[in-house]
Design a protein around this ligand. Sequence first.
Ligand SMILES: *Cc1c(COP(=O)(O)O)cnc(C)c1O
Length: 373
Amino acid sequence: MSETFIPVNTPVLDGNEADYLAECVRTGWISSEGPFIKRFEEAMAGAAGRRHGVAVTNGSVALDIAVHALGLEPGDEVIIPTFTIISCAAAVVRAGLVPVAVDCDPATWNMTIEGVEAALTSRTRAIMLVHIYGLPVDLNPILELARARGLKVIEDAAEMHGQTYRGVPCGSFGDVSTFSFYPNKHVTTGEGGMILTDDAALADRLQSLRNLCFQPQQRFIHEELGWNARMTNLQAALGVAQVERLPRTVELKRRIGRLYDEHLADVPGIRRPVARTNYADNIYWVYGVVLGDEVPFDAREAMRRLAAKGIGTRPFFWCMHEQPVLRRMGFMLNESHPNAEMIARRGFYLPSGLALTDDEIARSAQALKEILP
Ligand SMILES: *Cc1c(COP(=O)(O)O)cnc(C)c1O
């Protein structure tokens, strides 16, 4: 093969990452003690206009701890989108709560107020807002409903670093808001996550939960079970450098989205991401496409054909209400959420990493055109 494989994601670490890491090694601060952790927490909280940031080992455990910390009662219901990553449902289930799934909008792929309203019951206690693939949820109607009913809000902003909703930063909207720093996110620490909140007591509780609930006075006597979810100073060093370059990252990601849009503008048989709504411009965490009804095969076949042409892709999320593990536990049985089911089967994303060259974007778009009937 003359041309090389284009991976679905390659991170870019060409700012102060190496310098800050070298500083950790030189000074010996490599554990979860060290100056970069506080700096990273403050940088992330500051960027979202929040008072407190609690750094943890990944975005999934950030959700686990965030949901746990809200102190809901066993059997309480938490509304989640069905079109999301398993981490969202897992956090709810592990806290002894009941996940209730809602469908998504077929164009923005995000949960909607209509879905949330239809899922409300007398046992609803919280809503988990998950922003999908670069566009935020249309928040205002849902936040209003949550306020009116006294529901807690968990905001999963794992794909939203640098994004805003009506000019206000994502990560600022939940009682607790979480981020992931996995390598395909706009800010990466290799593995990592963070929980943001404005509530000082809640922040103390989150810090205790991430550190095994050791007690200040009697370290090895525990009143509650926590996690060892401490981020290392090494990871935080990467994070500080990554936040420094976040505006540039968002700009580059938007440029990737724009180039794909130009290449694919007149291509029948695919639906492209929504570039802009009246509340946000897409930041293209990934550049997703959904096959139209007229295409006689599904995402799996499209991805197989693209791989044969040297193009890396990933499937869309698979619905929570169709997860064997959740169904076996008796959750979300006999439900149908047609929009999410359709995009889960017919959606996938193209190479979307920061390291993509214009030529690679053109090649990926060209390959997509060639595999369509
Ligand atoms: C990436 C992601 C997570 C999980 O984060 P990890 O750091 O990979 O555990 C959670 N929610 C959403 C929406 C994500 O995209």
